[in-house]
Design a protein. Sequence first.
Length: 600
Amino acid sequence: MCGIVGYIGKEDSKEILLRGLEKLEYRGYDSAGIAVANENGVHVFKEKGRIASLRESVDANVVAPVGIGHTRWATHGVPSKVNSHPHQSSSQRFTLVHNGVIENYDHIKRDYLQGVTFQSETDTEVVVQLIEKFVKEGQGVEEAFRGALKLLKGSYAIGLLDEQNPDIIFVAKNKSPLLVGLGEGFNVVASDAMAMIQVTNQYVELIDKEIVIVTRESVTIKNLEGTVVERAPYTAELDMSDIEKGTYPHYMLKEIDEQPLVIRKIISNYQNENGELTVDGDVRQAMVDTDRIYIIAAGTSYHAGLVGKQYIEKLAKIPVEVHISSEFSYNMPLLSEKPLFVFISQSGETADSRAVLVQVKEMGFKSLTITNVKGSTLSREADYTLLLHAGPEIAVASTKAYTAQISVLAILARDAARAKGIEVDFDLSKELGIVASVMETLCDDKEEMEQIAREYLATTRNCFFIGRGIDYYVGMEGALKLKEISYIQAEGFAGGELKHGTIALIEDGTPVISIATQEIVNLGIRGNVKEVVARGANPCIISMKGLEEADDRYVVPAVHELLTPLVSVIPVQLISYYAALHRECDVDKPRNLAKSVTVE
Ligand code: F6R
């Protein structure tokens, strides 16, 4: 979603800001802008659309050692040049970029800013106008900044320039991610370390409701009351090769191929000296103490949660409910006496999940976050964290995070079973090793996947994924992958449920991709395939070695029956990728989507 960068130093800031914004492109955006300050004032450049268009519009003759930049994903007001950031106050003295949502912007307009003419439809503009109003009333800039922030309800990460003092970037944060990066003779601001990793790997984390005064030589953190806060920097463990595509045409393909390596990394990160896969003692204790687990997640992470429920219930015998985070807050089920909340989130920043975390913390319940991003909001705010070790996931469509989430959930379930003295008759470490090898074989079979995509999905309007039990959840993930990147209308259904209504949609040639990896439901799913074939469907059965039948379109090598989602999802990811490619879709940055959804 929206991204922020800022630079204050000695070099011209334009290129640093533009490159930083390019690194944030993967998060999804619809417009972008930068504002740079020099002795002649503040110069704002912004454009609807891609950063490439912004680049073209930037005046190369303007040289300025200070600047802020922004990628916008529209929430209040359509994507347009005028609604894109940076926004300026009426006198143009103040220039501001903002991520998040100001929930009470209407009230602020009504109560404080009557008579001000607004240029944009955004919630953001009230902040910059409010600062100007307070300064005009006689307050110092820092005081006005703090005063304005105190009135805001909602989430914000802010960068502010004052034309009359271009040697400072004012920064603030509440619920939206923001970091300050430290350099020699320069400092930077970024909503994600990835944006500025090319200039520094030293970052200072900001806590909600702090402001920061950033100059070339110093970074001063204060709370909203003005008290200085000391905080040591940390080293961002990001490798440039992790965030570059290398020889791959798309990040999505690179990330699909990285999955065997991710599984191996997970094994080595969670293995103890006896070769057992274990989690920290306090996480284990929380699993032992709880009487019911509530998994909270969105999208692909929700689908991983559904698989995780099977693991935890089957191995550790703890009841689990899986909830969509945006539904949970206002539709909370009756909770058990000792609930444990497990948040699954690749980014660790999903606002819908965070809203639930805030709620359950207030209720005094324990929480665990399973995330790919160390230090992310959900990780910081939960009691415990388990990391995915998947490396940065840049393509909007999640692939390696999904398989990493499922693997970590398997480890969590296995560990809890051991702690509760429940016998588990297989060696998870060994079985995950087999999964990694099978994943490699599948990733090497791209030509076949491309052929399947061409055969079934080249021209279709819609597509169904069906499965039973754990295969149904993979079908849901397959449908999400396909629709988000190829724009083919796709639905994942429980095989047996089709005949209760949805089968009416099956026409001559409708592709039905069926996942069949579970012995217990093999006959059932094959019966469901017959039902759709009888109504004209074009069946594509993806089965598992040992359960295959003559007409199956693709057979995946066998893995442990609980771990099949880790391998059956790979053909589905690759078929979706090639379907999107055939349709000339923007695979890594599908329309309307953002990588990290930081607004509720
Ligand atoms: C789909 C996808 C999304 C995310 C969802 C949650 O490919 O990536 O559905 O899974 O937005 O995001 P996280 O996991 O960051 O909370």
